[in-house]
Every structure is written in structure tokens, then in C-alpha cells.
Design a protein around this ligand. Structure first.
Ligand code: UTP
Length: 232
């Protein structure tokens, strides 16, 4: 009997999905690619909420909603993106995105790729991707983001920022704890829950630009890619 191929989990930032420029064609090409890859091996994809989530979180915060309630608003937006992507991928992706890690595990046994948004308050969809990867014993997690890897500083505001090609889990965890707040709608490369879960399970993380689909595919397949690697 052939050895089943190890699952891969991809976390796509909301800031990659919805930029205001060429989003329709991007969703289209991404969906085609994920459908094809999902046939080759078990593939799970999480979708972030991006600026739409942040906009509603800002509104809710101005109205005095709690952090828990703001997280729930963020989750709803991530699920909206999951629904759009899953619908475009089409069967065998379920028409309604799973809402828990357990349901996502169940779905991936029925069909791949599985697309989902957030699960519960307190982390981001990167955290969901990491927890799901641990549960699936995934070969790797690929974080598709709006910059081309992990940088010494935010490359959008610091032109001298340098990309870090390789990092240990200890270094990455230190960086995540220093720079992420844990508040609803936070804007940082990865979240604490995700970094802890992947480090503990010794699952490698690749960070790539989400709009370069050839490069994203190389990272998903475990081939050499342009971006950053966090490894044990
Ligand atoms: P995102 O996953 O989009 O997080 O969830 P992010 O890092 O802020 O943004 P991008 O998309 O990568 O740019 C949006 C918000 O939804 C809540 C959090 O408040 C998060 O900041 N959320 C999401 C949860 O509380 N739980 C989840 O499982 C997912």
C-alpha cells in the first residue's frame, strides 16, 4: 500500500486576499492552485480577515465591546473569506467552512483542500493553522503574507530592513512575544499560540509572499522557495 503523504497547512493572511487591487483574479488563480495541490496531498487552508476585520474591530472597540466580542467579530470576517475561497474551489471543498479544529480534521478525511477561518477568541488564523498542523501531524505550515518573509523590521516602513532567511524556534518565539500584543485585530506576522504550538511539535514554518503563487506552491510542496524558514 502506498505511504500516505503528510498533510500541509497554509495560512493566508487577509491582507493578501483583499488588497483592493486585482482581488477577483487573485482568488481565481489561488483557488485553481489550491484545488490542484489539494488533490496531490491533504491540504488545509486558513484565511485571515485583513483590513475588513480590523475595520469592524475598530468600530466595535469604539462602541466599548469587549476584547472577546471583538475577536468574535474578527472570526466572522475570516469565515467570510473562507466561504468565498471554498466556494470558488468548489467540490470536494465543503460549502460551509468548518468552525473547529476537530471539524476541519474530520473534513480533510472526506476531501482536500479544506478551507476555514477562525475557531475561537484569543488567537488568529495563523494560530488555527498551527493547531491544525499539530493535530494533523503536518509536514509544514506555510504562512502566506503580504511581505516576502520575516524581516529585521517592518519592510513596508523601514527600507533598510533585512530578510532573515533562517531562524530557530527559540528566536522566532522571542520575536513573536516581543512584538505581538494578543489584542483583537493585532497586526503581526504570526501569533503566540501558533508559535508555541509549532515549536513544541517541531513543525517547520515557511513565511512567503502570498501573491507570488509559483513561489507559494514551491513552499507548499517543500521545495526551495524565496522567503524565510523557521526550523527546529
Ligand atoms: P486574522 O487571522 O485575520 O488575524 O484574524 P490578523 O493577524 O489580525 O490579520 P491578517 O489577516 O493576518 O492580516 C482577525 C482577528 O480575528 C480574531 C482576532 O481578533 C484576530 O486579530 N480571531 C481570528 C480570533 O479571535 N480567533 C481566531 O481563531 C481567528
Amino acid at each position: 500500500m502506498p505511504v500516505p503523504r503528510a498533510p500541509v497547512v497554509v495560512s493566508i493572511g487577509g491582507s493578501v486576499l483583499v488588497t483592493g487591487e486585482g482581488d477577483g483574479p487573485y482568488f481565481d488563480r489561488l483557488a485553481e492552485r489550491l484545488r490542484r495541490l489539494g488533490r496531490a496531498f491533504p491540504l488545509a487552508v486558513t484565511t485571515g480577515g485583513g483590513r475588513t476585520a480590523r475595520e469592524y474591530i475598530r468600530l466595535g472597540r469604539a462602541l466599548g465591546l469587549t476584547e472577546f466580542e471583538l475577536d468574535e467579530i474578527g472570526i466572522d470576517v475570516t469565515r467570510l473569506h473562507a466561504r468565498i475561497l471554498a466556494a470558488r474551489i468548489g467540490p470536494p471543498a465543503p460549502h460551509r467552512p468548518p468552525t473547529t479544529i476537530a471539524d476541519a480534521v474530520h473534513e480533510i478525511h472526506r476531501g482536500s483542500p479544506v478551507v476555514l477561518g477562525g475557531t475561537e477568541p484569543g488567537h488568529t488564523t495563523d494560530g488555527v493553522a498551527a493547531l491544525l498542523a499539530v493535530r494533523l501531524r503536518a509536514a509544514r505550515v506555510v504562512n502566506a503574507t503580504n511581505v516576502a518573509g520575516i524581516f529585521t523590521e517592518d519592510p513596508r516602513s523601514h527600507p533598510r530592513a533585512r530578510r532573515i532567511e533562517r531562524m530557530s524556534w527559540a528566536e522566532f518565539r522571542g520575536m513573536v512575544h516581543r512584538e505581538s500584543s494578543g489584542a483583537a485585530g493585532q497586526e503581526f506576522l504570526f501569533d503566540r499560540t501558533g508559535a508555541e504550538a509549532l515549536a513544541r511539535a517541531r513543525i517547520p514554518l515557511a513565511v512567503v509572499s502570498g501573491r507570488d503563487l509559483d513561489n507559494l506552491e514551491r513552499a507548499i510542496r517543500g521545495r526551495p522557495f524565496d522567503g524565510s524558514r523557521v526550523e527546529p
